[in-house]
Design a protein around this ligand. Structure first.
Ligand code: ADP
Ligand code: ASP
Ligand code: MG
Length: 408
């Protein structure tokens, strides 16, 4: 007998039939004698619908109220799934995040899980029930409803698996595993049987939304056995996230290509080339609680330098406004930007021991006439910022250049 946490995403609970399908799958695991905790997302499209509704009333919805609103999506799914399970003769009980007491900090719309009170869940499991928990939501110390950021149900699943010391956390979604790149962009993409935790962390942070980054962080920290699987297919081993020491075989040089089209680039030109200037610029951005991604400072000439960085596209207008307000103080000659940039990254632990990855990447992009605007590297990834209109082309040609297609 094992304790298994299963998470089902929005498409997987997208209709009554699909919810019943999930119930049948859970029933199978139960019939084999396993204890099962199920985490569900809102029905696909529901979270977006609720956010749009809020924006019709407030262009920048109040974050506390927005969380109260969007948390209803998952609250509906858990009740429906519990009913579907009961309909199959299975004991089931649903819990919202606040009912479990998934305690988070109070950063509305992007809260972090601090701890989980798991006693009630354990008691229900021991009494033979399937426990159905709302993904994406928690409660702060003061009892306010919070949510964990888009895609946050993955994190609920993994955090519950960690708290319950589950034998496995299974993420069921609309693809049958983690692919070399998003199969919606590159149909030739190949499913990976395994991917290292470190690579998955990079892929998630660089834009592959198949797993929320915090879910991967949790899995790494608590060594949760994590697998991504299809909710539509009966069989299939999916993709197992491994820890590097588990693997004996030779790693491929490149495991995958991640991309993010939500980037915007801002350049501050002609700032005095002296200590503290980077701090002064970034402080202006950080004061608005905005995350900066890639940063480049040019070599100075004639006592002046240029400074370029990227932010999420949603923050572009705000950052530009703030910097223009501070332009005099910073002493910049000009501030400009580009809202339509995108980031493409190649990821692989094998890169550590192989030179020449960057040159293959840059040559391939040059071959298509794609200009590289910014470059950033780490031990296991190389990222470039390019014009958004070349994003799909770039992903496709790099996927081919690194031989990532399916065989045959
Ligand atoms: P869910 O609603 O189940 O959480 P998501 O839409 O959040 O599902 O994540 C699954 C989607 O992630 C897939 O449909 C796919 O388009 C996208 N995706 C992006 N990169 C990858 C990748 N490398 N491998 C698999 N899927 C990916
Ligand atoms: N329903 C939430 C979202 O759409 C959480 C999730 O699906 O993981 O972002
Ligand atoms: Mg998701």
């Amino acid at each position: 007998m094992a304790l298994i946490v299963q998470k089902y995403g929005g498409t997987s609970v997208g209709s009554v039939e699909r919810i019943q399908n999930v119930a049948r799958r859970v029933a199978k695991f139960k019939a084999r004698g396993h204890q099962v905790v199920v985490v569900v997302s809102a029905i696909s499209g529901e979270t977006n619908r609720l956010i749009a509704l809020a924006k019709e009333i407030q262009s920048h919805p109040n974050p506390r109220e927005l969380d109260v609103l969007v948390a209803t999506g998952e609250q509906a799914s858990i009740a429906l799934l519990a009913m579907a399970l009961m309909d199959l003769g299975i004991r089931a009980k649903s819990y919202t995040g606040a009912q479990v007491r998934i305690v988070t900090d109070n950063a509305f719309t992007k809260a972090r899980i601090l701890r989980i009170d798991e006693e009630n869940i354990r008691a229900d499991l021991d009494a033979g029930s399937v426990v159905v928990v709302a993904g994406f939501q928690g409660v702060d110390e003061k009892g306010n409803i919070t949510t964990l950021g888009r895609g946050g149900s993955d994190t609920t699943g993994v955090a519950l698996a960690a708290a319950l010391k589950a034998d496995e956390c299974q993420i069921y979604t609309d693809v049958d595993g983690v692919y070399t790149t998003d199969p919606r962009i590159v149909p030739e993409a190949r499913r990976l049987k395994t991917i290292t935790f470190e690579e998955m962390l990079e892929m998630a942070s660089l834009g592959s939304k198949v797993l929320q980054i915090r879910a991967v962080e949790f899995a790494g920290k608590y060594k949760v056995k994590l697998r991504v699987l299809s909710s539509f297919e009966e069989r299939g081993e999916g993709t197992l996230i491994t820890f590097e020491e588990d693997i004996n075989m030779e790693n491929p040089i490149i495991s995958g290509i991640a991309f993010n089209r939500d980037e915007a680039k801002i350049t501050v030109l002609g700032v005095p080339d002296r200590p503290g200037i980077a701090h002064q610029i970034l402080e202006t951005v950080a004061a608005a609680n905005i995350d900066v991604d890639m940063i480049i400072q040019n070599v100075g000439a004639d006592g002046a330098t240029d400074f370029t960085f990227t932010v999420h596209r949603n923050d572009y207008a705000n950052v530009l406004k703030r910097l223009k307000q501070a332009q005099g103080k910073i002493g910049a000659r000009e501030i400009n930007g580009d809202e339509r940039t995108a980031k493409v990254s190649v990821v692989g632990v094998g890169m550590r021991s192989h030179a020449g990855i960057a040159s293959t990447m840059f040559r391939t992009l040059a071959g298509e006439g794609i200009n590289i605007q910014m470059i950033s590297t780490s031990e296991i990834k190389i990222s470039v910022v390019i014009d958004e209109k070349y994003l799909e082309l770039a992903v496709r040609v790099l996927h081919k250049a690194f031989d990532l297609e399916q065989a045959g």
